[in-house]
Write a protein that binds this ligand. Structure first.
Ligand SMILES: NC(=O)c1ccc[n+]([C@@H]2O[C@H](COP(=O)([O-])OP(=O)(O)OC[C@H]3O[C@@H](n4cnc5c(N)ncnc54)[C@H](OP(=O)(O)O)[C@@H]3O)[C@@H](O)[C@H]2O)c1
Length: 293
């Protein structure tokens, strides 16, 4: 059974840690505020941006998953949380002579700058056009220099319980631009945890995995599905659609992840959102307002 550290143990980290603990692994969850960690995860209060707080990491760790998310959408926060925070953890582990068998960084499909609707996979160039993608690429480069087997897992947009922003937009009838079609890529939170657990069990890791479900989808099609499934009127188009906009998004291919043997619990947004809509309808009004995803 593996002694496991989840550095940045939030939504995905807690889902992963709970699964690992249920399978007999010993799991520590590191974050600044440990009060909401589930009981199966051992709390470790520390700040990844403050190396001095990382001196007392557990010994004899085998698996380390770096899953922190920047607290603000600024270049400084992204730099501090992704490349710098990851480097701090690697230094702290290295300084105590730890022999990590797998180190995973939760990256993002934002590393791809492609915006013409083309297909991308692990072999595609990463040339992001935003600081968010650039800082993820920086962190992937930090990971590459770690002295242990490692991989970066490039998640698409994560949705799931408590991450229902798109559902709320659809329910509110917010206008949705359908022209030109814009491709989006998703992965359910439970599949994020499942994918990470699956990769931890592989003998050999590829350098990167694109971690999205089977169906890149046009945003308008997703919102139409949500409205139809929930029985809401379809969201209107905005009064002035910018049909000449060049932004078409990209289509992410999960073939390598599939070939590694992973089976999705929610192979497309249809299965995942159907369950969320059912839960939303059953929830008492006080629980219905959630803000993410
Ligand atoms: N959201 C998406 O659609 C998406 C897409 C692609 C990739 N990702 C990546 O997927 C990963 C998991 O995301 P998530 O949804 O699970 O994020 P989340 O729920 O926001 O959790 C992130 C965790 O990081 C911790 N954290 C942030 N700054 C920290 C610091 N300085 N020191 C210690 N802990 C820190 C937070 O806890 P405290 O605040 O208590 O410290 C929180 O528990 C992240 O790396 C994210 O960038 C997300």
């Amino acid at each position: 059974m593996a002694r496991t550290l989840i550095a940045g143990c939030g939504d995905v980290g807690c889902a992963l840690g709970t699964r690992l603990a249920a399978h007999g692994h010993e799991v520590w969850g590191l974050r600044r505020d440990v009060s909401a960690l589930p009981p199966a995860i051992r709390p470790l209060a520390a700040d990844l941006t403050q190396p001095a707080t990382l001196r007392d990491l557990p010994s004899r760790l085998e698996w380390v998953i770096y899953a922190a998310a920047a607290p603000a959408r600024t270049d400084a926060a992204y730099r501090a949380t992704y490349p710098d925070g990851l480097a701090h953890v690697i230094s702290a582990l290295h300084a105590t002579g730890q022999d990590i068998s797998k180190l995973i960084f939760t990256s993002s499909t934002g590393v791809y700058g492609q915006d013409d609707g083309s297909w991308v996979d692990e072999a595609s160039p990463t040339d992001p056009t935003s600081f968010t993608g650039s800082r993820m690429v920086d962190a992937e480069n930090v990971l590459r220099n770690a002295p242990w087997p490692s991989t970066s897992v490039r998640f698409g947009g994560i949705y799931g319980p408590g991450r229902t922003r798109l559902l709320r937009r659809a329910q509110a009838g917010e206008p949705i631009a359908r022209q030109p079609p814009r491709w989006t890529n998703r992965v359910h939170r439970d599949d994020c945890a499942g994918i990470l657990e699956h990769l931890l069990t592989l003998d050999r890791l590829a350098a990167h995995y694109v971690a999205v479900d089977d169906e890149p989808s046009k945003l308008g099609d997703v919102v139409d599905f949500l409205c139809d499934r929930a029985g809401w009127p379809r969201a209107p188009a905005p009064p002035h659609e910018d049909t000449h906009s060049g932004a078409r998004g990209k289509r992410c291919r999960n073939r390598l992840l599939r070939a590694s043997g992973y089976s999705f619990r929610f192979p497309t947004f249809r299965q995942g959102y159907a369950e969320l809509i059912d839960e939303l309808e059953e929830a008492p009004p006080s629980l219905r307002d959630t803000q993410r995803g």
